[in-house]
Design a protein around this ligand. Structure first.
Ligand SMILES: Nc1ncnc2c1ncn2[C@@H]1O[C@H](COP(=O)(O)OP(=O)(O)OP(=O)(O)O)[C@@H](O)[C@H]1O
Ligand SMILES: [Mg+2]
Length: 213
Protein backbone atom coordinates (compact mmCIF):
# COMPACT_ATOMS: atom_id res chain seq x y z
CA UNK A 1 0.00 0.00 0.00
CA UNK A 2 1.23 3.55 -0.74
CA UNK A 3 0.35 5.95 2.07
CA UNK A 4 1.11 9.66 2.05
CA UNK A 5 1.16 11.41 5.39
CA UNK A 6 0.32 14.88 4.20
CA UNK A 7 -1.63 18.06 4.71
CA UNK A 8 -1.24 21.75 3.97
CA UNK A 9 -0.25 22.78 7.50
CA UNK A 10 3.24 22.81 9.00
CA UNK A 11 3.88 21.13 12.33
CA UNK A 12 0.69 19.02 12.30
CA UNK A 13 2.51 15.78 13.18
CA UNK A 14 3.15 14.35 9.70
CA UNK A 15 6.75 13.21 10.19
CA UNK A 16 5.99 11.82 13.65
CA UNK A 17 3.04 9.84 12.28
CA UNK A 18 4.99 8.65 9.21
CA UNK A 19 8.02 7.29 11.07
CA UNK A 20 5.87 5.64 13.73
CA UNK A 21 3.71 3.89 11.15
CA UNK A 22 6.80 2.78 9.22
CA UNK A 23 8.28 1.09 12.30
CA UNK A 24 4.92 -0.35 13.37
CA UNK A 25 4.53 -2.02 9.97
CA UNK A 26 8.12 -3.29 9.99
CA UNK A 27 7.60 -4.77 13.47
CA UNK A 28 4.67 -6.65 12.00
CA UNK A 29 7.07 -8.21 9.49
CA UNK A 30 6.34 -6.01 6.46
CA UNK A 31 9.04 -4.78 4.11
CA UNK A 32 8.67 -1.02 4.46
CA UNK A 33 10.05 1.93 2.51
CA UNK A 34 9.88 5.40 4.05
CA UNK A 35 10.03 8.13 1.41
CA UNK A 36 11.23 11.55 2.55
CA UNK A 37 9.71 14.00 0.08
CA UNK A 38 10.20 17.06 2.29
CA UNK A 39 13.23 19.32 1.61
CA UNK A 40 13.50 19.85 5.39
CA UNK A 41 14.65 16.21 5.61
CA UNK A 42 13.23 15.50 9.08
CA UNK A 43 12.48 11.84 8.31
CA UNK A 44 15.98 11.43 6.88
CA UNK A 45 17.55 12.78 10.06
CA UNK A 46 15.37 10.46 12.17
CA UNK A 47 16.44 7.57 9.94
CA UNK A 48 20.14 8.44 10.30
CA UNK A 49 19.78 8.12 14.09
CA UNK A 50 18.02 4.78 13.70
CA UNK A 51 20.78 3.52 11.42
CA UNK A 52 23.56 4.78 13.71
CA UNK A 53 21.96 3.01 16.68
CA UNK A 54 21.60 -0.17 14.54
CA UNK A 55 17.96 -0.52 15.59
CA UNK A 56 15.90 -3.43 14.35
CA UNK A 57 13.67 -3.88 12.44
CA UNK A 58 15.34 -2.06 9.60
CA UNK A 59 13.36 -0.08 7.08
CA UNK A 60 14.49 1.44 3.79
CA UNK A 61 14.68 5.20 3.32
CA UNK A 62 14.44 6.93 -0.06
CA UNK A 63 14.68 10.69 -0.56
CA UNK A 64 12.81 12.09 -3.56
CA UNK A 65 11.57 15.57 -4.40
CA UNK A 66 9.51 17.31 -7.12
CA UNK A 67 7.52 14.80 -9.18
CA UNK A 68 7.42 11.61 -7.09
CA UNK A 69 4.77 9.66 -9.07
CA UNK A 70 7.12 7.28 -10.88
CA UNK A 71 9.32 6.68 -7.84
CA UNK A 72 6.29 5.75 -5.72
CA UNK A 73 4.96 3.47 -8.46
CA UNK A 74 8.27 1.58 -8.63
CA UNK A 75 8.65 1.40 -4.84
CA UNK A 76 5.04 0.26 -4.49
CA UNK A 77 5.86 -2.78 -6.65
CA UNK A 78 8.96 -3.65 -4.58
CA UNK A 79 7.81 -3.08 -0.99
CA UNK A 80 4.83 -4.28 1.05
CA UNK A 81 4.22 -0.69 2.19
CA UNK A 82 5.49 2.73 1.15
CA UNK A 83 5.04 5.57 3.65
CA UNK A 84 5.62 9.07 2.29
CA UNK A 85 6.42 12.13 4.40
CA UNK A 86 5.75 15.44 2.62
CA UNK A 87 6.17 19.11 3.52
CA UNK A 88 3.45 21.03 5.36
CA UNK A 89 2.16 23.06 2.46
CA UNK A 90 0.51 22.72 -0.92
CA UNK A 91 3.52 20.95 -2.44
CA UNK A 92 4.28 19.34 -5.76
CA UNK A 93 5.25 16.19 -3.81
CA UNK A 94 1.80 15.96 -2.16
CA UNK A 95 0.01 16.29 -5.51
CA UNK A 96 2.26 14.02 -7.60
CA UNK A 97 2.30 11.46 -4.78
CA UNK A 98 -1.46 11.51 -4.34
CA UNK A 99 -2.14 10.61 -7.96
CA UNK A 100 -0.58 7.18 -7.35
CA UNK A 101 -1.25 6.67 -3.61
CA UNK A 102 -3.91 4.49 -2.02
CA UNK A 103 -4.40 6.68 1.03
CA UNK A 104 -3.58 10.12 2.37
CA UNK A 105 -3.44 10.31 6.16
CA UNK A 106 -3.86 14.00 6.97
CA UNK A 107 -2.88 14.86 10.56
CA UNK A 108 -4.61 17.95 11.93
CA UNK A 109 -4.64 19.45 15.39
CA UNK A 110 -8.01 20.62 16.60
CA UNK A 111 -7.22 24.31 16.14
CA UNK A 112 -8.83 26.79 13.83
CA UNK A 113 -5.51 27.46 12.07
CA UNK A 114 -4.99 23.78 11.30
CA UNK A 115 -8.59 22.99 10.38
CA UNK A 116 -8.81 26.06 8.13
CA UNK A 117 -6.45 24.25 5.73
CA UNK A 118 -8.97 21.43 5.19
CA UNK A 119 -10.75 23.44 2.49
CA UNK A 120 -7.57 23.55 0.44
CA UNK A 121 -7.06 19.81 0.96
CA UNK A 122 -10.63 19.09 -0.13
CA UNK A 123 -10.07 21.10 -3.34
CA UNK A 124 -6.84 19.21 -4.07
CA UNK A 125 -8.54 15.88 -3.39
CA UNK A 126 -11.43 16.67 -5.73
CA UNK A 127 -8.96 17.34 -8.56
CA UNK A 128 -6.69 14.40 -7.78
CA UNK A 129 -9.68 12.02 -7.74
CA UNK A 130 -10.22 12.86 -11.42
CA UNK A 131 -6.94 10.98 -11.97
CA UNK A 132 -7.04 8.60 -8.99
CA UNK A 133 -10.72 7.95 -8.15
CA UNK A 134 -9.90 5.32 -5.50
CA UNK A 135 -7.80 7.67 -3.34
CA UNK A 136 -8.90 7.58 0.32
CA UNK A 137 -8.30 10.67 2.44
CA UNK A 138 -8.35 10.18 6.19
CA UNK A 139 -8.09 13.01 8.72
CA UNK A 140 -6.07 12.08 11.82
CA UNK A 141 -6.78 14.08 14.97
CA UNK A 142 -3.22 14.73 16.16
CA UNK A 143 -1.77 16.18 19.36
CA UNK A 144 -5.20 15.91 20.99
CA UNK A 145 -5.56 17.08 24.56
CA UNK A 146 -5.31 14.47 27.31
CA UNK A 147 -7.00 16.86 29.76
CA UNK A 148 -10.24 15.09 30.80
CA UNK A 149 -12.13 18.38 31.05
CA UNK A 150 -11.59 19.31 27.39
CA UNK A 151 -10.98 15.96 25.73
CA UNK A 152 -14.54 15.20 24.69
CA UNK A 153 -15.42 18.76 23.68
CA UNK A 154 -12.30 18.97 21.54
CA UNK A 155 -13.11 15.70 19.80
CA UNK A 156 -16.67 16.87 19.12
CA UNK A 157 -15.34 20.12 17.62
CA UNK A 158 -12.90 18.19 15.42
CA UNK A 159 -15.64 15.93 14.07
CA UNK A 160 -18.05 18.84 13.58
CA UNK A 161 -15.42 20.64 11.49
CA UNK A 162 -14.80 17.53 9.40
CA UNK A 163 -18.53 17.28 8.67
CA UNK A 164 -18.11 20.26 6.36
CA UNK A 165 -15.63 18.34 4.18
CA UNK A 166 -17.34 15.22 2.85
CA UNK A 167 -14.34 14.24 0.70
CA UNK A 168 -12.26 13.76 3.86
CA UNK A 169 -13.14 10.97 6.25
CA UNK A 170 -12.19 11.26 9.95
CA UNK A 171 -10.21 8.38 11.44
CA UNK A 172 -11.55 6.91 14.68
CA UNK A 173 -7.96 6.70 15.96
CA UNK A 174 -6.63 9.72 17.83
CA UNK A 175 -3.02 10.71 18.56
CA UNK A 176 -2.77 12.52 21.88
CA UNK A 177 -0.20 15.10 22.88
CA UNK A 178 2.47 13.11 24.72
CA UNK A 179 6.11 13.91 25.40
CA UNK A 180 7.00 10.34 24.39
CA UNK A 181 6.40 11.23 20.72
CA UNK A 182 8.92 14.09 20.87
CA UNK A 183 11.48 12.11 22.84
CA UNK A 184 11.51 9.13 20.49
CA UNK A 185 12.45 11.16 17.38
CA UNK A 186 16.08 12.11 18.26
CA UNK A 187 16.70 8.43 19.14
CA UNK A 188 15.53 7.20 15.72
CA UNK A 189 12.77 5.26 17.45
CA UNK A 190 9.06 4.71 17.27
CA UNK A 191 6.98 5.16 20.43
CA UNK A 192 6.27 1.43 20.14
CA UNK A 193 9.91 0.85 21.03
CA UNK A 194 9.69 3.16 24.05
CA UNK A 195 8.03 2.77 27.45
CA UNK A 196 4.90 4.89 27.02
CA UNK A 197 2.16 2.27 26.68
CA UNK A 198 -0.51 4.82 25.76
CA UNK A 199 1.44 6.32 22.86
CA UNK A 200 2.36 2.84 21.67
CA UNK A 201 -1.26 1.76 21.76
CA UNK A 202 -2.33 4.87 19.79
CA UNK A 203 0.03 3.96 16.95
CA UNK A 204 -1.06 0.30 17.00
CA UNK A 205 -4.70 1.40 16.83
CA UNK A 206 -3.98 3.76 13.93
CA UNK A 207 -2.11 1.03 12.12
CA UNK A 208 -4.98 -1.44 12.49
CA UNK A 209 -7.50 1.11 11.30
CA UNK A 210 -5.51 2.01 8.18
CA UNK A 211 -3.86 -1.30 7.29
CA UNK A 212 -6.22 -3.82 8.87
CA UNK A 213 -5.53 -6.29 11.66
N1 LIG B 1 1.53 13.39 19.50
C1 LIG B 1 2.46 14.30 19.80
N2 LIG B 1 2.65 14.72 21.06
C2 LIG B 1 3.56 15.66 21.37
N3 LIG B 1 4.35 16.26 20.47
C3 LIG B 1 4.22 15.89 19.19
C4 LIG B 1 3.28 14.89 18.77
N4 LIG B 1 3.37 14.74 17.42
C5 LIG B 1 4.32 15.59 17.03
N5 LIG B 1 4.85 16.28 18.06
C6 LIG B 1 5.87 17.35 18.02
O1 LIG B 1 5.31 18.43 17.28
C7 LIG B 1 6.28 19.00 16.41
C8 LIG B 1 5.79 18.86 14.96
O2 LIG B 1 5.70 17.48 14.65
P1 LIG B 1 6.19 16.93 13.23
O3 LIG B 1 7.56 17.40 12.92
O4 LIG B 1 5.92 15.47 13.22
O5 LIG B 1 5.14 17.68 12.32
P2 LIG B 1 5.18 17.88 10.72
O6 LIG B 1 3.76 17.98 10.31
O7 LIG B 1 6.00 16.81 10.11
O8 LIG B 1 5.92 19.28 10.59
P3 LIG B 1 6.48 19.93 9.20
O9 LIG B 1 5.27 20.51 8.53
O10 LIG B 1 7.45 20.96 9.68
O11 LIG B 1 7.10 18.83 8.41
C9 LIG B 1 7.58 18.25 16.68
O12 LIG B 1 8.31 18.97 17.65
C10 LIG B 1 7.11 16.93 17.25
O13 LIG B 1 8.07 16.35 18.13
MG1 LIG C 1 7.58 16.95 8.78
Amino acid sequence: MIVIVGCNKGGAGKTTTAVNLAVALALRGSDVCLVDADPQRSATRWYAEREAAELKPTITLVEKRDNITQTLKTLGEKFDHVIVDVAGRNSRELITGAVIADVIIAPHQCSQLDLDTLGELQEQVTRIRDLNPELKVLAYHSMASTNPSVRETERREFLAFLDEFPEIQPLISIGFYRKAYKDSIPCGKSVIEGDNAQASSEIQTLMKEVFGA
